[in-house]
Design a binder for this molecule. Structure first.
Ligand SMILES: NC(=O)c1ccc[n+]([C@@H]2O[C@H](COP(=O)([O-])OP(=O)(O)OC[C@H]3O[C@@H](n4cnc5c(N)ncnc54)[C@H](O)[C@@H]3O)[C@@H](O)[C@H]2O)c1
Length: 321
């Protein structure tokens, strides 16, 4: 049985921690000894409005049980906001060990009625927000030779028409996670993505459920602890901890289920001078998912591709035996 995973002396920033998953992450980490910066702008699910009291209420909850926490009502979407979150952490606790980029919004818009403004709004919070807070904490992490960054992606990365803006961001975060992981290698910084699943307002909201064809949640239904955000927190803790075994990976967690999501490429085939007719004829060979590779990054991918081409050409140039 491994030793208890503790965060004593560790300082963790959790964005969007005023409710839902972020709140559960913050409470879980504080229970395990972390000093937590509880950041939340306090917006509606669509990103409108603000309420500074939300982050403060989670800080009070943590302090009431003897934990250490600090509230931030800044927006991750602005560089100033992101820098203020990190500055607060450094001023009060003197270091930043982990950043959990969890803040997010969601709207349901049909395409093509959906506007570019809507897309940019999602990008500014999910993608630029993750970038901003990570970038603000990065020099501190490089300086101390240690850091953990968690990004928050989603099942939305697989593609969902009514969630086009949201799913675009969640896909972008996969590549951002992997690029940051490569940037952090050599500095003791590990960067991984979490694809959570839990019943929060994003999931129980009647409008969302109607858009994705799910029945509404009965108003008098008892909350099911097996579907609560607390079911995601243990995996989050692993990704935010010194003992995290991976970097550049995406892990699914929640509802009692744990799994890995990865980006892969089929083996395909190498053949020069292939025309469209042959492509259609050999489509199954291209698409065949049985044999695939999971590149760790672009460099490894390119090297492997070049090796595969060279190997095939060498075979082709050998005399038939
Ligand atoms: N609930 C799920 O099952 C699920 C599934 C996949 C991914 N996610 C992701 O998990 C994260 C948390 O989702 P949730 O379900 O807890 O949602 P939630 O709406 O309950 O919480 C999100 C929080 O982010 C805050 N926020 C929004 N914009 C902000 C900004 N600019 N700066 C700071 N805070 C901001 C909001 O005020 C809110 O409190 C999101 O990134 C979401 O996309 C959730």
């Amino acid at each position: 049985m491994p030793a208890d995973l503790r965060f004593d002396e560790q300082v963790v920033i959790v964005t969007g921690a005023g409710r839902g998953l972020g709140r559960a992450h913050a409470i879980y980490l504080a229970e395990r000894g972390a000093s937590v910066i509880v950041n939340d702008l306090g917006t509606g699910m669509d990103g409108t409005g603000s309420d500074a009291a939300l982050a403060r209420s989670v800080v009070e909850e943590i302090e009431a049980t003897g934990g250490r926490a600090l509230a931030s009502g800044a927006s991750v979407a602005s560089t100033d906001g992101a820098e203020s979150i990190v500055a607060q952490a450094l001023e009060r606790f003197g270091r930043v060990d982990a950043v959990v980029n969890n803040a997010g919004i969601i709207t349901y818009d049909r395409f093509p009625e959906m506007t570019v403004e809507r897309l940019m709004q999602h990008l500014s919070i999910h993608v630029a927000g993750t970038f901003n807070v990570t970038r603000a904490a990065w020099p501190q992490m490089v300086g101390q030779g240690y850091g953990r960054i968690v990004t928050t992606t989603s099942a939305g990365l697989f593609g969902a028409a009514p969630l086009l803006a949201y799913s675009t961001c969640k896909g972008a975060l996969v590549s951002m996670t992997r690029s940051l992981a490569e940037a952090g290698a050599g500095h003791g910084i590990k960067v991984n993505g979490l694809a959570p699943a839990a019943e929060t307002r994003m999931v129980t909201d009647a409008t969302l459920r109607a858009h994705v064809g799910l029945p509404p949640v009965a108003e008098d239904r008892e909350p099911d602890p097996e579907r609560s955000p607390a079911t995601v927190a243990p995996m989050l803790a692993v990704l935010a901890h010194a003992s995290c075994p991976v970097t550049g990976e995406i892990l699914s967690a929640g509802l009692g289920r744990l799994a890995r999501i990865f980006v892969a490429e089929t083996q395909g085939f190498v053949e020069r001078g292939v025309g469209p007719e042959q492509i259609l004829e050999r489509w199954d060979e291209i698409a065949e998912p049985g044999r695939y590779t999971v590149p760790a990054g672009t460099s490894e991918y390119v090297a492997r591709r070049e090796a595969q081409i060279a190997e095939r050409l060498a075979q082709g140039s050998q005399p038939a035996g």
